[in-house]
Design a protein around this ligand. Structure first.
Ligand SMILES: [Fe+2]
Length: 240
C-alpha cells in the first residue's frame, strides 16, 4: 500500500505545518503533495518553503499567492489584490524571501502529475483546466463530469478553495485537503488529508488538528503587520 500525505494552502503558517509533522510524522509517507500557496498571510514563508526543500519525496506546485509574490520579485506591478492589508502581506513576503527559497519557488510548475502503479494522479492548485478556479464541493455536478471526462487522471488533488472534500464522479476521485494554514469555516485548526492506494483500491481520510495559533499572531505583531490577520487565524474566518 502507498500512503500520500496531502497538504496545501499553507500560507506561510509554519506553526500549523509543524503541528501536522508532530501529529503524523511525514517522513513515513511515500509522497508528500503540496497543492500550492506556500506563502502570504503569515510570517513564516522561508520556514515553510525550507520544510519542503529539505525533503526528498515531495510533489509541489505553485499557487496563486506564490505566483503573485514571484511577479513582485520580477519588478512587475500587481493589480490584485486591491485591499491595502492584503497588499502589505504580499510585499512583506516578497521582501523577506531568501534567495534559495525564491529559486525553489521559481523551479516549481503550476500543475503536475505522477503515477502510483497504474493510477494516474494529477495535482492542481485550482483545477486541471484553470489554476485559479475555485472548485467547491457544491459546484454544479456538470462541472465535475466535464473535468472527469477531459482529464487523463483517475485522481485529482486540488487546493485553492480551502474547503476539504472528497468526491467520486464518473469514477474519478476529486480530493481537496482543505487549508493547512488558513481555514475559513470558523474552525481555526489545520486541515490536511491522507490518501491510501492499494492496487486499484483508493481511500481518503481528512484531519483537523490544533496548532499554536498564538505564534502566528505574535509573528504578525512583531513585524507590524495588519492585526486583522491575527483575528483571521484565531477565529478561522475570512476577515477581509
Ligand atoms: Fe490559498
Amino acid at each position: 500500500m502507498k500512503k500520500i500525505l496531502i497538504l496545501g494552502d499553507i500560507h506561510a503558517n509554519y506553526p500549523a505545518l509543524k503541528a501536522i509533522q508532530t501529529y503524523i510524522r511525514p517522513d513515513r509517507f511515500d509522497r508528500i503533495v503540496n497543492t500550492g500557496d506556500f506563502t502570504v498571510y503569515s510570517t513564516f514563508p522561508n520556514e515553510t518553503i525550507q520544510w519542503f526543500r529539505k525533503r526528498k519525496k515531495t510533489i509541489c506546485i505553485l499557487g496563486n499567492t506564490d505566483r503573485r509574490v514571484l511577479r513582485i520579485l520580477k519588478g512587475k506591478k500587481i493589480k490584485k489584490p486591491r485591499k491595502k492589508e492584503k497588499r502589505v502581506m504580499y510585499f512583506w513576503t516578497s521582501e523577506k524571501l531568501l534567495p534559495e527559497n525564491i529559486k525553489y519557488l521559481k523551479s516549481l510548475p503550476q500543475q503536475t502529475g505522477f503515477t502510483l502503479g497504474s493510477i494516474r494522479i494529477g495535482v492542481f492548485h485550482g483545477t486541471c483546466d484553470d489554476t485559479d478556479e475555485e472548485l467547491f464541493p457544491d459546484a454544479p455536478e456538470a462541472r465535475f463530469h466535464k473535468l472527469a471526462k477531459d482529464s487523463p487522471y483517475q485522481i485529482h488533488i486540488m487546493g485553492h478553495s480551502h474547503v476539504p472534500y472528497y468526491k467520486i464522479v464518473d469514477g474519478v476521485h476529486f480530493i481537496n485537503p482543505g487549508s493547512v494554514g488558513r481555514m475559513f469555516d470558523g474552525d481555526p485548526r489545520a486541515s490536511f488529508a491522507i490518501l491510501k492506494v492499494k492496487s486499484d483500491k483508493i481511500a481518503v481520510e481528512h484531519f483537523r488538528i490544533p496548532y499554536a495559533v498564538e505564534k502566528v499572531a505574535k509573528g504578525l505583531k512583531k513585524n507590524n503587520l495588519p492585526d486583522i490577520y491575527a483575528k483571521m487565524f484565531r477565529t478561522g474566518t475570512k476577515t477581509n
